[in-house]
Design a binder for this molecule. Structure first.
Ligand code: ZN
Length: 259
């Protein structure tokens, strides 16, 4: 027999699916919790990279002064995301795949992610705002040349451009601005959206955390998928789904049916 809490959860999933089906401009907004089921631990918290390293090594000024201290951390993050030295690359999980499927079907207009692991792109999301950049390339701080960030590059103690300049990976360091266009694109989506699904984000990293707040002020329905409540839950969320991302998206997708 179905328990009371399972029944309640089923009802919430059904209501979420109805909101998603009825949305004119559906957006998704994801954070670290999205990638946990792909084997990527959140940077903050248990097993995270910041339990092992001082986050200050990924401060832009510190990087420019002591790049040799930053690169071992960058290398470790890179291997975790894209694989190297016998470790396979992380794979998109069911939640990434469902979002890409909804976009392909015309159901989902924009995905905004705070993650730099590239898994939304790998799953096939196209209209994607990578709010904190990504790990695919690095840019010379002197001449602006862009080079691929690959396993070979991370093997150098400090990768250098042919011009001798320092190469910085194209994800956002602490003390660095949001990539040109990303903030504008995210805000534009937040203004247009009438339904935003938050997934795996704690709502504590600004300015990203302000995007769902903007959507809410503009009247959007806010759905949150998170195993635990977040900073958003009490303040702006209309429908809280206390589940891991993969299972929640599979069930919502099944309730939506084909389009
Ligand atoms: Zn250069």
């Amino acid at each position: 027999m179905m328990g009371e809490s399972e029944k309640r959860l089923g009802n919430r999933l059904k209501t979420a699916a109805e909101a998603i089906r009825g949305a004119e401009y559906l957006t998704a907004f994801s954070g670290a919790g999205m990638s946990v089921e792909s084997g990527i631990p959140p940077f903050r918290g248990e097993g995270g990279i910041w339990n092992k390293y001082d986050p200050a090594v990924l401060d832009l000024e510190a990087f420019v002064r002591h790049p040799g201290r930053s690169w071992p951390v960058i290398r470790e993050m890179f291997i975790c995301f894209l694989g190297a030295d016998g470790r396979p690359p992380a794979q998109p999980n069911e939640a990434h795949r469902v979002l890409a499927k909804w976009e392909a079907a015309g159901r989902l207009k924009t995905t905004i992610t705070q993650n730099i692991d590239g898994l939304h792109a790998a799953a096939g999301s196209r209209n994607l705002v990578e709010f904190h950049g990504h790990c695919r390339t690095m840019t010379c701080l002197d001449c602006g040349r862009e080079l691929p960030l690959n396993a070979e590059a991370t093997r150098a103690a400090v990768p250098r451009c042919a011009c001798g300049g320092l190469l910085k990976p194209d994800f956002v360091f602490f003390g660095e601005g949001i990539p040109p266009g990303a903030l504008e694109a995210a805000e534009e989506a937040a203004r247009k959206t009438d339904c935003m699904v938050l997934v795996g984000t704690s709502g504590v990293v600004y300015p990203a955390a302000a995007i769902p707040q903007l959507a809410k002020r503009r009247g959007a329905t806010i759905i949150e998928v998170n195993p635990e409540p977040s900073d958003y839950t009490e303040r702006i969320v209309d429908l809280f789904i206390p589940m891991k991302a993969g299972a929640a998206f599979l069930r919502m997708d099944a309730l939506l049916g084909p389009r």
